[in-house]
Design a protein around this ligand. Structure first.
Ligand SMILES: [Zn+2]
Length: 383
């Protein structure tokens, strides 16, 4: 069956067509460009006056709509997936927290099950982002300290058993954790520096071992000093590294967002939400890894005031980064689509509107509000 999205401003995102069509067949994109939707089209979606972009890809997100990856249930992943679809997200990596091994393994298995039998009417999980437990306790943020530990095979082998770990955030300055880097790479995982005090020199070594991605740049990593460039200096300067950042206006000053994007470029800077269960919910008290967190006025904090994830959504992140940096729309969309897809090695299927790729599409109003979200050629959300 042929579906056409007609007449929108198409941001692929590497190219922009002021008025073009996207033609979809059997869940894949078959053509993109002006006037390609000729002939026998069974379903037409009019997109005149709207922006047509690839669906957003969020590689670091704990929860939303009252659900958390650590709930370890299909219901939780489905609830998250449906909420994300309403915010333009078509793929995501459910993100775990520092916890007991059994709790992490349960979540990894649940995500695997959702990958094997896809979720109806929502974004699709692309595998797990393990955030911790092998981090530096002094940079724990909202990660429960009692479960922080160093990597050991006995502890982590079950995490990797199903082959669905897409990313693992760790502190590479700790020797035992460093030994896990080649193993994680061999299992197809991206190794991410985060919750870390690594020096610049330790980061240079970590990159040689295979680290090429950074968790929420600046937050919970050793900061920049003119005689100690440290973790942040390395993340900003080493070209290999993809830099996640949280553009909620709370975790980072808008000028720092601008700095990250200028230094890394839209090819290496990527938007994440790091959202927790309180995202998409009213202000109030929620839970994160057994700890009480308070959602108030767009921020999530532990009782002691430590930031504990966000209640950011991807559509908002795209609007914010545009406002904070003044960059062209195509670059802002690139940082929510193609760059995250490339960073986790799925850009052959995801992250841009090109023939042969999955028909994961978001249609946006001129104000970048989500009007329609499509996953694999099926509409999963309509405003
Ligand atoms: Zn996180």
């Amino acid at each position: 069956m042929l579906t056409a999205i007609r007449g929108g401003r198409v941001v692929t995102p590497l190219e922009v067509f002021d008025r073009a069509d996207v033609l979809i067949e059997n869940g894949s994109i078959v053509a993109v460009g002006p006037g390609v939707a000729q002939g026998e089209v069974e379903e037409t979606i009019e997109a005149e006056g709207q922006v047509v972009a690839p669906g957003y890809v969020d590689v670091h997100v704990h929860g939303s709509a009252g659900h958390d990856t650590m709930d370890g249930t299909r219901e939780a992943i489905e609830g998250m997936a449906r909420f994300f679809a309403s915010r333009g997200v078509t793929s995501f990596c459910p993100t775990t927290l520092t916890a007991r091994a059994e709790a992490i393994t349960t979540s990894v298995r649940t995500v695997h099950e959702c990958q094997e039998s896809p979720i109806e009417g929502g974004a699709q999980p692309l595998g797990v982002h393990l955030e911790g437990p092998y981090i530096d306790a002094s940079k724990k943020g909202a990660q429960p300290e009692e479960h922080v530990r160093t990597a050991s095979v006995g502890d982590y082998k079950d995490f990797f058993a199903l082959g669905n770990i897409r990313l693992i955030t760790l502190a590479p300055e700790i020797e035992e954790n460093r030994e896990l880097i080649p193993f994680a790479r061999s299992r197809g995982a991206v190794v991410v520096v985060g919750h870390s005090s690594a020096s610049y020199e330790e980061m240079v070594e970590a990159v040689k071992l295979g680290v090429n991605h950074a968790t929420h740049t600046f937050n919970q990593m050793q900061g920049l000093h003119h005689r100690k460039p440290a973790t942040v200096g390395a993340v900003l300067l080493l070209e290999e590294i993809y830099a996640e950042f949280i553009a909620d206006g709370v975790h980072l000053h808008p000028a720092i967002v601008d700095m990250i994007v200028r230094l890394k470029g839209p090819e290496k800077a990527l938007l994440i939400t790091d959202a927790i269960s309180g995202a998409g919910m009213p202000d109030g008290e929620y839970e994160l890894g057994g700890q009480k967190v308070v959602v108030k006025e767009g921020a999530v904090r532990l009782v002691d005031g430590t930031l504990a994830g966000s209640c950011l959504t991807m559509d908002q992140a795209v609007s914010n980064v545009r406002r904070f940096t003044g960059r062209p729309l195509k670059e802002c969309i690139q940082m929510a689509t193609l760059t995250p897809a490339r960073s986790i090695g799925v850009a052959h299927r995801k992250g841009s509107l090109e023939p042969g790729k999955d028909a994961d599409v978001v249609i946006l109003t001129p104000d970048l509000e989500v009007a329609t979200t499509m996953v694999g050629g099926k509409v999963v959300y309509r405003r």
